[in-house]
Design a protein around this ligand. Structure first.
Ligand code: ZN
Length: 263
């Protein structure tokens, strides 16, 4: 699942390839957009908002996409790949670059001034300059008994944190992911949030997501390491469900380091 930093890097790649240039090719393979042709429009900018990508055009419209679980946007030099993947949902090209969106979870075209109807339900973007960490901490503290791991993943409270950064920041701060968010001391919530945010920011400029120091071979402390020994204490790492269907996820944790109690 792409995290905020993946979406941010994708937006930057698309922006560098397309911003300020006229679209010379537009192929939107999405039922509601099948007749839309963006050829001749100029890309103003491509930005990330949480896990959403906003591709703003000079005609006052925004092409909105979401990577969901498997989606990606890849940028190629012209003429682009000889064969497009069967999962291709969008192709946009300038004179120099071809951007191919595959397995996208959402694709919409909206007036730029109405972008908030798509992303307005999101909390502050942890990668945004305007992020008010105090506002996010207040939102977490108001969650009562709701597991803190679940609160971290709730994009309405703050956007950018997926299961990797939630698991890693809780592990690094030795916090039980199932502890009630509202029951944790403010300094604990602050430590978890700033750890997650630092990891997100650091990974914006890296090709491979990593939360461990370069001296360790493993890129993560617990995420993706079920049944393997905890890098701190040797206890087998566990993975347990978190949250309630249909938004339930799984989270990796060390029961010893974090004293975790899945529920
Ligand atoms: Zn451990």
């Amino acid at each position: 699942m792409p995290e905020g930093d993946t979406v941010w890097r994708t937006a930057r790649r698309l922006h560098l390839a397309l911003a300020g240039r006229e679209l010379t090719r537009s192929d939107l393979r999405w039922p509601s957009l099948a007749t839309v042709d963006l050829t001749g429009r100029t890309t103003l900018e491509v930005v990330a908002r949480g896990k959403h990508l906003l591709h703003r055009l000079d005609d006052g419209r925004t092409l909105h996409s979401h990577l969901r679980m498997e989606g990606s946007w890849r940028v190629h030099p012209v003429p682009g790949p000889a064969r497009l993947p069967g999962t291709t949902r969008a192709v946009l090209a300038s004179a120099e670059h071809v951007a191919v969106g595959a397995s996208l979870g959402m694709l919409d075209l909206v007036p730029t001034r109405e972008e908030h109807t798509l992303v307005g339900h999101l909390g502050p973007d942890l990668l945004g300059r305007e992020t008010e960490l105090e506002v996010v901490l207040d939102a977490y503290a108001a969650q009562g008994d709701r597991p803190v791991g679940e609160a971290l993943l709730d994009q309405r409270l703050a956007c950018g944190i997926g299961t990797l950064y939630a698991a890693e920041s809780l592990f690094l701060r030795r916090v039980d992911p199932w502890a009630g968010a509202g029951s944790l001391p403010r300094e604990t919530l602050t430590a978890v949030l700033t750890t997650a945010r630092s990891a997100l920011v650091a990974n914006c400029s890296r090709a491979v997501q990593r939360t461990t120091p370069p001296s360790l071979r493993e890129p993560t402390w617990v995420h993706g390491r079920a049944r393997r020994p905890c890098l701190r204490c040797g206890t087998p790492v566990r993975v347990d469900p978190l949250g309630t269907p249909p938004t339930d996820r799984v989270l990796f944790h060390c029961p010893t380091c974090q004293g975790s109690h899945p529920r």
